[in-house]
Design a protein around this ligand. Structure first.
Ligand code: HEM
Length: 195
């Protein structure tokens, strides 16, 4: 049977056998070189950002939790300027430890005016200003503003540790039981004794 000329295979003499030089040519083709360069630049940028962030933001040391009711005057000490850098903020009569949000409320931060104060009125009225009242009962806020205060309170409850109540003048602080103190683990027992 005669074989069809189209089906005949060509002689193999000009078929390329891969060698080291063609392998290198393949690896270093312009597209691969460009892609490798882009990957290297991206990796460099990611690591450079991580390294510079680590040197700019020193880690916030873990502070012992506090459970305590305070007057507005006591609260004012916790604006982040003390050596331990603790920042407390009151919202709707409750005090929260916002130290982990120091970048918002610590000295020099955008909402530093709220650090160590009752932020309720400012939050409700979109005004980043400190309250200088000894106690603000918020009774003149309208219902929309009060809803806003309650929403902020809920947000703070979710994100930050509760410290205690903001006391009206003459109001007695609650003495939190051992059980309640145990619910908030303390890192440094010596400091806890002082509180
Ligand atoms: C142009 C107006 C504003 C812009 C663009 C803005 C933007 C922001 C941004 C980007 C954050 C960070 C959110 C995050 O990383 O979780 C933030 C946080 C915050 N903003 Fe504003 N803000 C504005 C106005 C205000 C006003 C008027 C108030 C209240 C008076 C306010 C209160 C806050 C507070 C309390 C936080 C921190 C929340 C937390 O503790 O998680 N902001 N804002």
């Amino acid at each position: 049977m005669a074989s069809s000329p189209e089906l005949e295979t060509k002689p193999t003499e000009d078929t390329e056998i891969p060698d080291a030089s063609s392998f290198l040519t393949e690896i270093f083709n312009p597209m691969n070189v460009v892609l490798s360069f882009i990957v290297c630049v991206l990796i460099y940028k990611i690591y450079r950002n991580k390294l510079s962030k680590a040197s700019v933001d020193p880690p916030i040391p873990e502070l012992p939790k506090i459970r305590k009711d305070m007057t507005a005057a006591e609260l004012r000490q916790y604006d982040g300027n003390q050596p331990d850098g603790r920042v407390l903020v009151a919202v709707n009569g409750w005090i929260f430890d916002v130290t982990k949000g120091r970048r918002f409320y610590g000295p020099g931060s955008p909402y530093a005016a709220f650090g160590g104060t009752d932020a309720s009125r400012g939050l409700a009225t979109f005004s980043v200003t400190s309250s200088d009242k000894e106690y603000d009962d918020l009774s003149d806020l309208n219902s929309v503003e009060m809803d806003s205060v309650k929403e902020w309170e809920a947000q703070f409850r979710e994100k930050y540790d509760l410290v205690g109540r903001l006391l009206r003048p003459g109001e007695e602080p609650t003495h939190y039981s051992e059980e309640e103190a145990e619910e908030t683990p303390v890192n440094n027992p010596e400091e806890k004794k002082d509180q």
